[in-house]
Design a protein around this ligand. Structure first.
Ligand SMILES: Cc1cc2nc3c(=O)[nH]c(=O)nc-3n(C[C@H](O)[C@H](O)[C@H](O)COP(=O)(O)O)c2cc1C
Length: 191
């Protein structure tokens, strides 16, 4: 089996972000599961707030992000829950990626033919589940993407990681490992 290329996207730019920590751990598990992993920060893709009426070409960062996703067979997104929904940072990036306008590809083409897996870390007890429900809806119903049914939520994220940045809870750690394997398996048949 050729190693599938998996993109890892943390949905927060906050220093000390729990989701960036979760994304780093997911990247490690994906690599152990046989993927060729690219972990990015949306800080390197500065995008204005998407406005459907904006005229002209998308910003260079949008085209670059679109190409980055297209170069991978799968993606893992770790998104905080913000006001009972998805991180606006992630939603904005998805909206820009959905409109390539480069080379005449159809809208949402970057999301088709690749597999997505989702995780969230939150400081409260819910673990960011409502944000993942919203993100799943956006990706599946909005973008036509394939999203793996399993997902990982990390409640009380401020206490969930040990000094080596591993999850302390064995069931959560096992769930992340299983999700990483599932993403690698699914992405590898999506060429
Ligand atoms: C405006 C705002 C709204 C938030 N709404 C929620 C929420 O609905 N549910 C939740 O679990 N956390 C909520 N939070 C807390 C963030 O999800 C939490 O700070 C999280 O750690 C941010 O992710 P990060 O650690 O990856 O930066 C909110 C934070 C802000 C600033």
């Amino acid at each position: 089996m050729l190693a599938p290329k998996i993109l890892v996207i943390p949905g927060s730019l906050r220093i000390g972000s729990h989701n960036t920590r979760l994304a780093a751990l997911a990247a490690k598990e994906l690599a152990l599961a046989g993927a060729e992993v690219t972990r990015i920060s949306l800080e390197d893709y500065p995008l204005p707030l998407f406005d459907a009426e904006s005229a002209g070409a998308p910003p260079a960062a949008a085209a670059k992000l679109n190409r980055m996703l297209t170069a991978h067979q799968g993606a893992f997104i770790a998104s905080p829950e913000i006001t009972a929904s998805v991180s606006p940072l992630i939603k904005n990036a998805i909206d820009w990626m959905s409109r390539p306008r480069e080379g005449g590809e159809p809208n949402y083409s970057a999301f088709r033919g690749r597999a997505f897996a989702l995780g969230a870390a939150a400081s409260d007890l819910s673990g960011g589940i409502r944000g993942l429900i919203a993100l799943r809806q956006i990706l599946e119903l909005g973008c036509g993407a394939l999203v793996i049914p399993e997902q990982v939520t990390v409640p009380r994220a401020d206490q969930a990681f040990d000094d080596d940045d591993n999850l302390k809870d064995r069931a959560q750690a096992a769930a992340l490992r299983a999700l990483a394997r599932r993403l690698v398996e699914t992405a590898s048949i999506m060429r």
